[in-house]
Design a protein around this ligand. Structure first.
Ligand SMILES: Cc1cc2nc3c(=O)[nH]c(=O)nc-3n(C[C@H](O)[C@H](O)[C@H](O)COP(=O)(O)OP(=O)(O)OC[C@H]3O[C@@H](n4cnc5c(N)ncnc54)[C@H](O)[C@@H]3O)c2cc1C
Length: 390
């Protein structure tokens, strides 16, 4: 008797905001239908996790970080998770966000959220941020303050605060628990350990941000009326200089359009990248075919990228390619084949011809440009995509 399991190629599927979802083998009937219904619902998954604590707080851990377009990046989420993981039942985790925050603070482990939307990432106001952090510390008297040790402002803020407040500080922290922190020193040849200091600056990837619990996530109205530093003349903001995305190293690009074997019209694809202000990436096959130079290759034997938006045109999503985009925030796939592996990774999958989609996007960009009456494309596609995926 033939006992081989047959896979029905027409087994049911649905396309959710998270991409293509299939009912997998072994799941039938009600269980499958329930999973199906829940597959697009973050709220459903959320309810499966319980609150970290419901006890009355006696102590506070403060986490401060800047948001980018309404969200915390991985590093900031790891830092928040680190504080939540070492907090005991009577400790409250307060999250102070510089900039607008539209994320779910409870899901990230915060019990309280203080949002300071007046701090825009595009402006440079280190002294205002310092004043705000100091005021927040004065208001909440946290046992410890945590910041991501990054080069985009939070690491600097933590150091400034520690210096001004004469607080103990540990930087580049790679190991943490409720009583100690540790960091590499002497060119990574030694490991320095100390008790938990006042200010902890956490290195990236020291903590797994996926938590087994949720926080209370209470939004707190807290007014910060600091005097703008710029008016005191101490700091002058010279603004942000826009540079051609094509000049940007792929590893630093925030918006990447990437071409695979399914892209034939390379000039149209390159035109689209230029119009959208996106950096260009490619699969190994597209590079091997001579369509793109080797430095554009993304994947295990190419570049690893961390873009907020990654649009993959005609890329199958082989494991070696997916390795290079594992840290991208929103992946959009354009592919003729709904069952291509990229669809499992993608947040949004467009089942369509790459050439037609590229032409349509080029047309839409041109129309937007004409409507604005400007010779320069001003489409903020990153924001559009994020808005659509939020
Ligand atoms: C050791 C090793 C290292 C590797 N390193 C890398 C690496 O760093 N990076 C990398 O990318 N690969 C790497 N590879 C290769 C990898 O395994 C795949 O072969 C490669 O990624 C496939 O590229 P592709 O998706 O562009 O092409 P294909 O596999 O040919 O897929 C093309 C896709 O385009 C779709 N398509 C076709 N026509 C159209 C159309 N008109 N419109 C829309 N969609 C269309 C198809 O449905 C298909 O999904 C490596 C392999 C090995 C063995």
């Amino acid at each position: 008797m033939n006992t081989l399991k047959r896979i029905d190629p027409r087994r049911p599927f649905t396309i959710t905001a998270e991409g293509l979802r299939r009912i997998t083998l072994g799941m039938t009937g009600v269980a499958a239908a329930m999973d199906f219904a829940a597959s697009g619902s973050a709220a459903h998954r959320e309810h499966a996790r319980s609150r970290r604590t419901t006890a009355a707080p006696q102590r506070v851990l403060l986490v401060a970080a800047r948001a980018d377009r309404g969200a915390l990046d991985d590093h900031a989420r790891q830092t928040l998770a680190g504080a939540a993981l070492i907090a005991d039942a009577t400790t409250e985790v307060v999250l102070l966000v510089f900039g607008e925050f539209t994320g779910d603070a409870a899901e990230l482990g915060a019990d309280k959220l203080i949002e300071l939307p007046m701090f825009d990432r595009r402006s440079f106001a280190p002294l205002d941020e310092l004043n705000a952090l100091a005021a927040c510390v004065a208001a909440y008297a946290p046992a410890h303050v945590f910041l991501p040790d990054n080069a985009t402002g939070d690491g600097d803020l933590g150091r400034r605060y520690a210096a001004v407040a004469n607080a103990s500080v540990a930087t580049h922290v790679v190991e943490i628990d409720a009583v100690h922190v540790a960091a590499y020193i002497h060119a990574n040849t030694a490991f320095a350990v100390r008790s938990l200091p006042d200010v902890v600056l956490l290195a990236p990837n020291a903590v797994e941000p996926k938590l087994p619990f949720v926080g209370a996530g209470e939004r707190v109205v807290w007014r910060f009326d600091g005097e703008p530093a710029s008016t005191r003349g101490t700091v002058r903001d010279l603004g942000i200089e826009e540079i051609d995305a094509a000049q940007l190293a792929l590893e630093e690009a925030d918006f990447i359009v990437s071409a695979g074997n399914g892209v034939n019209d390379v000039p149209a694809f390159e035109r689209l990248a230029g119009t959208l202000g996106a950096a260009i990436g490619a699969s190994r096959v597209a590079v091997d075919d001579g369509k793109f130079t080797r430095d554009k290759q993304i994947g295990a034997t190419g570049k690893t990228v961390e873009a907020s938006v990654y649009i993959a045109f005609g890329i199958s999503g082989a494991v070696q390619h997916l390795q290079g985009i594992k840290d991208c925030r929103h992946v959009i796939a354009v592919n003729l084949d709904a069952s291509a592996p990229i669809a499992k990774r993608a947040n949004l999958t467009v089942i369509a011809d790459a050439q037609e989609t590229i032409a349509a996007l080029n047309e839409a960009a041109l129309a937007a440009r004409t409507a604005r009456g400007t010779g320069v494309a001003l489409l903020n596609t990153t924001a559009m995509a994020e808005g659509a995926l939020a």
